[in-house]
Ligand binder design. Structure first.
Ligand code: ATP
Ligand code: FE2
Length: 328
């Protein structure tokens, strides 16, 4: 038996099917790309409504499963953009009713941890979750996943996207900036903004744009931005490891696709005698397979809901979501 998961928290609509051993049988995704500027929630939601039914069909076909093989339908309940979440939840409710399968709500951040945890084989790792909207260091403690450190303003990915658009590029900025950074060589002076276990990016954005206006090379800016902000993320992850006496780190979120970030975190963790694991890129970015796997864990712990109890929660907090499958 298998679980189907629907992801739609932001710009990516995705459907994944996983078996009871966390094997990803299929993953079908489609990303909303604004013609210019950042993400518009209602346009993204319209995109998701349009593509999700087709993605469900594709995922079923590619996995060779039929609706009758499904243990459950899982969906991302939050956090995320309201209209986008509602698009995914509506499709999930409809499938649950039509196929008479349990409906399981999943927290998106917990899903990033759980897919990385099962793939890594680490029992109790720290997660560095670096995506567009989120930048958090997360670990399990006393019945919940706890956010130990996070961004005080915007997510690192949104910061990279904004900067890249200001420098004349298009969304998404992170991957393009990574390529640009490879031809940078001069480390420009940017604010280094770590506050205990937290980080902040808006001051760096202002400083970078000021340097650009004064004629700094785009490649040097990209290089300096990567080195500075990834060092900040590596530092707060290390501090969290030291505080919580952990030795393993997993990465998640779209920015975790970045080679420099992976290398910096790996070097730090290995220097401490620990291990680091980064999932394949398709499972770092937002994806339906992580929702399906976490839905499987939640269902086996008895956490399915009736349609009336399946409202989305755009501001759902990671540390308020029960995770009974981790109880012992
Ligand atoms: P969430 O809802 O979890 O905040 P998200 O909607 O931002 O996620 P993700 O797919 O997790 O979606 O992340 C997208 C972000 O990742 C974008 O900001 C993008 O620029 C960034 N990104 C993708 N690839 C890279 C890369 N190679 N280097 C740096 N950033 C990257
Ligand atoms: Fe995400």
């Amino acid at each position: 038996m298998v679980t189907l998961g629907i992801e739609s928290t932001a710009h990516t609509a995705s459907v994944g099917i996983v078996d009871r051993e966390a094997k990803v049988l299929s993953l079908a995704s489609d990303m909303y790309r604004p013609a210019k500027g950042g993400i518009h929630p209602r346009e993204a939601a319209n995109h998701h409504v349009e593509v999700l039914p087709g993605l469900v069909g594709q995922a079923l076909d590619a996995s060779g499963t039929a609706p009758g093989d499904l243990d459950a339908i899982a969906f991302a309940q939050g956090p995320g953009l309201g209209p986008c979440l509602r698009a995914g939840a509506t499709v999930a409710r409809m499938l649950s009713l039509a196929w008479d399968r349990p409906l399981v709500p999943v927290n998106h951040c917990v899903a990033h941890v759980e897919i990385a945890r099962v793939l890594s084989g680490f029992d109790d790792p720290m997660l560095l979750y670096a995506s567009g909207g989120n930048t958090q260091v997360i670990a399990y403690a006393r019945g919940r996943y706890r956010v130990l450190g996070e961004t005080l303003d915007i997510g690192i990915g949104n910061f990279l996207d904004k900067l890249w658009i200001e420098l004349g590029g298009t969304f998404p900025g992170g991957p393009a900036l990574e390529i640009e950074a490879r031809s940078g060589s001069e480390l420009l002076d940017l604010p280094y903004s770590v506050h205990g276990m937290d980080v902040a990016f808006s001051g760096i954005l202002t400083a970078a744009l000021a340097l650009h206006a004064r004629g700094a090379r785009r490649a040097d800016l990209a290089y300096s931005i990567e080195v500075t902000t990834y060092a900040m993320l590596t530092e707060i992850t290390e501090r969290a490891l030291a505080h919580r006496r952990r030795a393993t780190v997993v990465l998640g979120g779209g920015v975790a696709c970045n080679e420099r970030l992976r290398n910096m975190v790996r070097a730090m963790v290995e220097e401490r005698g620990g291990s680091m694991f980064a999932p394949p890129r398709s499972l770092c970015v937002d994806n339906g397979a992580m929702i399906a796997w976490t839905g499987h864990l939640a269902r086996t712990a008895g956490r399915s809901v009736p349609v009336e109890g399946s409202a989305v929660e755009p501001r759902q907090r990671t540390d308020l979501v029960p995770t009974p499958w981790r109880a012992n």
